[in-house]
Design a protein around this ligand. Structure first.
Ligand code: SF4
Length: 184
């Protein structure tokens, strides 16, 4: 039976020093705390995994508890690309364009077997994993993954976001990563 989680997610303070009337932490951690708890997902849903995402957004699982209830269908107003479903090769220019149009900092989750590896569709017309065209931060396994798994993926992204250095996006390593995908 599905366990219904009713308690809201309580945000903890980052590492720091506290005393009477003050709390000190680094800028990285303060910004990371805000970013990780206000992710705006762009659902790029093409097939069945998208239905699981709808369940993840609905009352029982309620993604709003993690600060991600504000979905965006505009790449410029989102920072988390969630790719859910089979990606036909004909769709790859569109997915790449959506990724490129998102402003930095941005993160990507491949939700389910199809987005992660092509899944059962080992065929000429299906992209065998979105990491062939864009960088991916977290992979969620399953065909389809249950909403709990999608939430687990979001929690992993939150960990990454909360601990990311503010300098990472300007780093040589990050530019090198984008360079591998021919993205400037
Ligand atoms: S991974 Fe399975 S459930 Fe998800 S889109 Fe592919 S076939 Fe459908």
């Amino acid at each position: 039976m599905t366990q219904i989680i009713t308690k809201p997610n309580v945000v903890e303070a980052p590492e720091g020093i506290s005393g009477e009337g003050y709390f000190l932490t680094s800028l990285d951690k303060a910004v990371g705390l805000a970013r990780k708890n206000s992710l705006w997902p762009l659902p790029f849903a093409t097939s069945c995994c998208g239905i699981e995402f709808m369940a993840t957004m609905a009352a029982t699982y309620d993604l709003a508890r993690f600060g991600s209830e504000r979905l965006s269908f505009s790449p410029r107003q989102s920072d988390l690309l969630m790719v859910m479903g089979t990606i036909a090769k004909k769709m790859t220019p569109v997915l790449r364009e959506v990724y490129i149009q998102m402003a930095e900092p941005k993160w990507v989750i491949a939700v389910g077997a199809c987005a992660s590896s092509g899944g059962i569709f080992d065929t000429y017309s299906v992209l065998q994993g979105i990491d062939r065209i864009i960088p991916v931060d977290v992979y969620v396994p399953g065909c389809p993954p249950r909403p709990e798994q999608i939430i687990s993926g979001i929690l992993k992204i939150q960990d990454l976001v909360g601990n990311e250095s503010l300098r990472r996006r300007n780093s040589e390593a990050y530019n090198e990563l984008l360079g591998k995908y021919n993205i400037e």
